[in-house]
Design a protein around this ligand. Structure first.
Ligand code: HPA
Ligand code: MG
Length: 177
């Protein structure tokens, strides 16, 4: 079923079961890769809140979780400027960090965050993202765990918003053409 948010219409894109299946597979892989370690997951708010919650429910080993909040998107467009509203508040030195992102679009926010993170001297850093838009990427980022590669379309739902709306939706939707 199509939906409306503010002035725009969106059509169904990726269903809840497909999202959950991919996340379970990523969680299984992370559980293997970090067996015997104690990774520190850093979740990029706001968008990654569902991905973080669902992924960590299926992660089997010890782990810690922390949240940060940076943003560059406004409405349908990347603003070109990254703002920090919640920074790193845990000890990162020598930790095995896994960054959790909802979407890598231009990659600007994540690149800025990675630079800040590296100043804290983590032991290792990997990136897990639910979605990536390879055509749109402007920064040299190679995520280690990817849910779905998608074309350059505007997506909402499952944590992603259009001007604040749509984060609560269980499925992903794409802007109607
Ligand atoms: N949808 C919502 N938020 C976003 C997107 C998108 O496609 N890309 C980057 N932030
Ligand atoms: Mg947004």
């Amino acid at each position: 079923m199509n939906i409306s948010l503010h002035d725009k219409r969106f059509e169904p894109y990726i269903k809840e079961v497909a999202i959950q299946n991919r996340i379970s597979a990523i969680a299984e892989q992370l559980s293997d890769d970090y067996r015997g370690k104690r990774p520190l997951f850093i979740s990029m708010l706001n968008g990654a809140f569902w991905f973080t919650a669902d992924l960590l429910k299926s992660f089997t080993g010890d782990c810690e979780i922390s949240f940060v909040k940076y943003r560059s998107y406004q409405g349908l467009q990347s603003s070109g400027e990254v703002m920090q509203s919640l920074g790193i508040d845990v000890d990162i030195k020598d930790r095995d960090v896994v960054i959790l992102e909802d979407i890598i679009d231009t990659g600007r926010t994540l690149s800025v965050f990675l630079e800040i993170l590296m100043q804290h001297q983590p032991g290792s850093v990997k990136i897990a993202t639910l979605l990536i838009k390879p055509e749109t990427l402007q920064f040299p980022l190679v995520p280690d765990y990817v849910g779905f590669e998608i074309p350059n379309d505007f997506i909402v739902g499952y944590g992603l918003d259009y001007d604040g709306l749509g984060r609560n939706l269980r499925n992903l939707y794409v802007l109607e053409k």
